[in-house]
Ligand binder design. Sequence first.
Ligand SMILES: [Ca+2]
Length: 245
Amino acid sequence: MFARSVVSFNFKHSFVIEFCCWLLQVLSNVTVINFLPYHLETDIDDCASHPCKNNGTCTDRVNGFNCSCAPGFNGMQCEKDIDECAAQVDPCDAVANSECKNTAGSYNCQCKNGFVKNGLNCEVDVCHWQNYQNLTDAKRKYDYVTVNSKCDNTLSGWYRFQGDAGTKMVTTCPPMDRCDATFPVWLCGGHPTVAEGTVRRKGCIHQSGDCCREYVFTQVKNCSSYYIYELFPPWSCPARYCSTD
Ligand SMILES: [Ca+2]
């Protein structure tokens, strides 16, 4: 009696297990599952509200989105500007005489004070007041009759005529014994425009009645509101660079 009960129980037990397995298989069938409540919900487009900022690209996900950020931005919604200047390696190290300025989405390599962009790098800006010297002596004027003859044999570098000396080199030949020198030096070839950049000209030395018996090459640059000149010692002394208003 007891043995029959065990057999009967085992038979019923295994039938229940098999039925459960069949039921699970049926339930796992896609056709049945499609009727489950959560499949009746519709996934919304999470990108519809344009959540990615600064031209980031949005990819819709189930219950969410992903942002692929444009260069120069990061963050979950590309809301953060990357400070390129704070990077371990300064990107402006590659640009001579520049310093890094962070901008929204990018950065600039700005030339340091006294430097100006030339191609990729920054070079010395000769128009900057730190990079030239001033010639202010009123006796340099082309019409000043010489009293104590002097010579510009110590000049070397970039100069600007200012103050009592006037504003620029004279471009016509002064008579001898002017500019407080025996031999006046004048600029032959005229002044350049801003667009012409730095030009080479003859500094003609009026000597022995010849307006350009000797000359010394000079460079001239138009700095928009004034000129600057790269001057060297003249061959003959006493000679002096002459100015005008
Ligand atoms: Ca930036």
